[in-house]
Write a protein of this length. Structure first.
Length: 173
């Protein structure tokens, strides 16, 4: 073994641990909320939200979606009327439409809002009805799907192989 081998080994171990910590950190779990730059936002809905304690940070957000079925491709979009912030949490704001009233059932709420909740990484959905001046906060608690090979097992396997490699390098010395 040469003089610099131990230093290189520790640098590789450090790099490996940094990459693993970065991979498992929650900030990489969801992308940031896509927001277009905007100036001050005014109007009836922002005033109503500010009265409830929310800060409106963006309006009229559009998220392009491309769907492939076999060889066919379909384009669509998801729209959010506003993005509001309460503390450190962001909420997607959807304004009620007269032609599409809100049905309060699990399946109706899922069909109408789950796509927005999953597409825009937010703490929940704020459903604003300007006719009755109400704000309903809708929050989804989605259980994680468990696969046969969890990520942690992958991390432990790599860590064990790294330790075995370090042990072999120390024994060869």
């Amino acid at each position: 073994m040469h003089d610099g081998d131990i230093i290189v080994l520790f640098l590789l171990v450090g790099l490996f641990l940094y990459l693993m910590a970065r991979q498992l950190s929650p900030k990489h779990a969801y992308p940031a909320i896509p927001m277009e730059e905007q100036g001050s936002i005014s109007g009836e809905i922002p005033r109503l939200l500010e009265g409830e304690g929310y800060d409106v940070v963006a309006s009229k957000q559009r998220l392009p979606i491309s769907v492939r079925v076999g060889e066919d491709r379909y384009d669509s979009r998801l729209f959010v009327d506003y993005i509001a912030k309460l503390g450190t949490d962001y909420y997607c704001v959807i304004v009620a439409k007269a032609r599409k009233p809100l049905r309060l059932s699990g399946s109706a709420l899922r069909d109408q809002f789950l796509g927005h909740f999953l597409a825009f990484p937010c703490a929940g959905i704020l459903y604003v009805d300007p006719m009755s001046n109400t704000v309903k906060r809708i929050v989804f608690d989605v259980e994680k799907v468990h696969f046969r090979t969890p990520r942690r097992r992958w991390f432990v396997t790599h860590l064990m192989m790294l330790g075995l490699g370090a042990l072999i390098a120390a024994l060869i010395k």
